[in-house]
Write a protein that binds this ligand. Structure first.
Ligand code: 6PG
Length: 479
């Protein structure tokens, strides 16, 4: 067998299979490999007509089928299986070859793997791939890290298979070195969690306070999807809400257990943000809301605790309320993206990645789960000012939040009064108010820290570090 394949994919579960098909449909010869060969055979039997596949059974055959420098895409479960695949293939590779990890790996693992393989002359390209099964097949958003040299060899191929934004630009860019791609994918997922939580809160408010049924709420989301909230997640929300369970005839959303699961990328986003000292409160609330929902025992024990039960508004006031919820959702969404982009900027500075925030916004415009018309706006904000410190300080976003905020506040107040939990909306609003505050109670916190632990503080009027002799005469000393 000659070395004819321009790219190889190992790990042919649905994402790997669809990515391999995407490469083949775009004219590349694709070597395919799976731990159990039956899957490889099934892929070629079923989809062999879509392009040129080279089915291989052993690791040696797979590697031998690849043109040099070899491009080997690993699509296995993140974690231990990725290390096992690397251990199996790396000894068969030569300097200049590339291993592309398209799983949802933790960026710290990617940094470690990149370092280890670099010592052997092999490029390790940790790559975020978003868009689910459908995206993998028809065009995902792709977030590759790794060396600039590997991007030269891979970029053109990735650009061919990636989604395209409305202006035709491919949704892929070289995000930055080593773990930068997986880091950005992780934050993408954190934002995905926040978007989903905010949509969930909007749904709950429309249900409990507007008094709408799921079908009517689906219509509201459909309408919102024609405006500034136009996005994949709003679109599928309308689909899910209008779906009726065949077995019971009830709305599908009423027969599904209300316990949200997660595979962990949202949690990693928050853990990492804590280490970086970045306040991603909206994303954190989304992760916590999922875990709260999962504590069935605690929830059962808490049911019946005193508190208000939401009363639906009179029908003539429901529509105006729904419009206010749209404002709250939009404003909160701006905040979660602000937090996510802050986290990316902080990591970029910490690890020396040089990530271009505008380019990240550009490649999220198509293919990925958080794709939205809104990303055009973020792209424009970074184009206008590549050094933008915070999305909130972009003049256009600031204006929009300004217009939305009365409604945003009234929705949060009403939700609180009626006992409807809105952790995402409320956290976003608190972040906004925290950021715009002249003075925060952090001064008092500093005083308390100094009182009980001599932790010192800085003054507003003089340089230096100070301590008050709280247990003595309360005079102030420096240093
Ligand atoms: C994507 C998604 C995907 C993620 C799922 C599930 O961009 O295509 O982010 O990578 O795995 O959304 O995430 P949870 O199971 O954690 O909800």
């Amino acid at each position: 067998m000659g070395s004819t394949a321009q790219i190889g994919v190992t790990g042919l579960a649905v994402m790997g299979r669809n990515l391999a098909r995407n490469f083949a449909r775009n004219g590349y010869t694709v070597a395919v490999h799976n731990r159990t060969a039956a899957r490889t055979r099934a892929l070629v039997e079923e989809f062999g007509g879509e392009g040129d596949f080279v089915a291989t059974e052993t690791a040696e055959e797979f590697v031998a089928a690849l043109e040099r420098p070899r491009r080997l895409v690993v699509m296995v479960k993140a974690g231990e299986p990725t290390d096992a695949v690397i251990a199996e293939f790396a000894p068969l590779l030569e300097p200049g070859d590339m291993i592309v990890d398209g799983g949802n790996a933790h960026f710290a693992d990617t940094r470690r793997r990149e370092r280890e393989l670099r010592e052997r002359g092999i490029h390790f390209v940790g790559t975020g791939v978003s868009g689910g099964e459908e995206g993998a097949l028809n065009g995902p958003s792709i977030m590759p890290g790794g060396s600039a040299e590997s991007y030269e060899a891979l970029g053109p191929m990735l650009e061919r298979i990636a989604a395209r934004a409305d202006d035709g630009a491919p949704c892929v860019t070289h995000v930055g070195p080593d773990g930068a791609g997986h880091f950005v994918k992780m934050v993408h997922n954190g934002i995905e969690y926040a978007d989903m939580q905010l949509i969930g809160e909007a749904y709950q408010l429309l249900r409990d306070i507007a008094g709408y049924d799921p079908a009517r709420i689906a219509d509201v989301f459909r309408r919102w999807n024609t405006g500034r909230l136009d996005s994949y997640l709003i679109e599928i929300t309308a689909e899910v809400l209008s779906h009726v369970d065949a077995a019971t005839g009830k709305p599908f959303v009423d027969v599904v257990q209300d316990r949200a699961e997660q595979k962990g990328t949202g949690r990693w986003t928050v853990q990492t943000a804590l280490d970086l000292g970045v306040p991603v409160s909206g994303i954190a609330e989304a992760v916590f809301a999922r875990s709260l929902s999962g504590h069935a025992d605690l929830r059962a024990a808490s049911r019946g605790l005193p508190g208000p039960t939401a009363r639906p508004l009179p029908p003539e006031r429901a529509e105006a309320f729904a419009d206010r919820v749209e404002q709250a959702l939009y404003a909160s969404k701006i905040v979660s993206y602000t937090q996510g982009f802050h986290q990316i900027a902080a990591a970029s500075a910490e690890y020396g990645w040089g990530i271009d925030a505008g380019a990240v916004a550009r490649i999220w415009r198509g293919g990925c789960i958080i794709r939205a018309a809104f990303l055009d706006r973020i792209t424009a904000a970074y184009e206008a000012d590549p050094g933008l410190v915070s999305l909130l300080s972009d003049a256009e976003f600031a204006r929009e939040i300004g217009r939305a905020q009365d409604d945003w506040r009234s929705v949060v107040s009403l939700a609180v009064a009626e006992g409807v939990p809105v952790p995402g909306f409320a956290a976003a609003l608190a972040y906004y108010d925290g950021m715009r505050a002249d003075r925060l109670p952090a001064a008092l916190t500093q005083g308390q820290r100094d009182y009980f632990g001599a932790h010192t503080y800085r003054r507003t009027d003089r340089e230096g570090v100070f301590h008050t002799l709280w247990g003595g005469d309360r005079s102030e000393i420096e240093g």
